[in-house]
Design a protein around this ligand. Structure first.
Ligand SMILES: [Zn+2]
Length: 177
């Protein structure tokens, strides 16, 4: 899939010119992200700055923010997640170059002569999402299927207890005329 023109950037030119891009992207325009979300109505905000820290040292820094809705894996209810990630990427062209990087730089391997900013932001958001999202504590799952399920379990416990405490209950019932 080729990138939409407004997100296509020549990284070398952008670094030399210290280009900064800010904007918003609708979540529904990020299909790989939509695939793991519960709702696609949110908006991603970003700021990306290209810079050059000497010969062959191409950098891309910035921030990506979004509030996203995923499905809690405990109660299967909706759950909001706020993503606010700082990007510190070194644009590299080979694995050797990536290995020479020092903290805090993360390698971003360039493929061809363009960077697709939307795809890059989508990758970053996918990295930020928990692989097994759950509400921080079970009480946040209240009103959900999980809370109902837990409650019905407790009711069953009570019934079993009553039967154990009263072994003659069955006999009593038989004696009744
Ligand atoms: Zn939950």
């Amino acid at each position: 899939m080729s990138a939409e023109p407004q997100y296509r950037v020549d990284p070398f030119k952008a670094c030399a010119q210290k280009v900064t891009r800010t904007g918003e992207i609708a979540v529904c325009d990020m299909p790989r992200l939509v695939a793991v979300l519960r709702e696609a109505g949110d908006v991603v905000q970003y700021r990306l700055s290209f810079s050059q820290a000497g010969m062959e040292r191409y950098r891309l820094t910035g921030q990506v923010q979004a509030e996203l809705t995923v499905t809690c894996q405990r109660c299967m209810g909706p759950m909001r997640i706020a993503v606010d990630a700082q990007l510190q990427l070194a644009l590299v062209q080979s694995e050797q170059e990536a290995e020479l990087l020092e903290e805090p730089w993360e390698p971003y391997t360039l493929e061809g002569s363009e960077v697709d900013l939307k795809s890059l932001l989508e990758d970053e958001l996918l990295l930020q999402l928990p692989s097994f999202p759950r509400h921080a504590d079970a009480t946040a799952c209240e009103g959900s299927d999980w809370a109902n399920w837990q409650q019905s379990e407790e009711t069953h416990e009570d019934e079993r207890e009553t039967e154990r405490d009263n072994p003659f209950a069955v006999l009593q019932a038989l004696k009744k005329p």
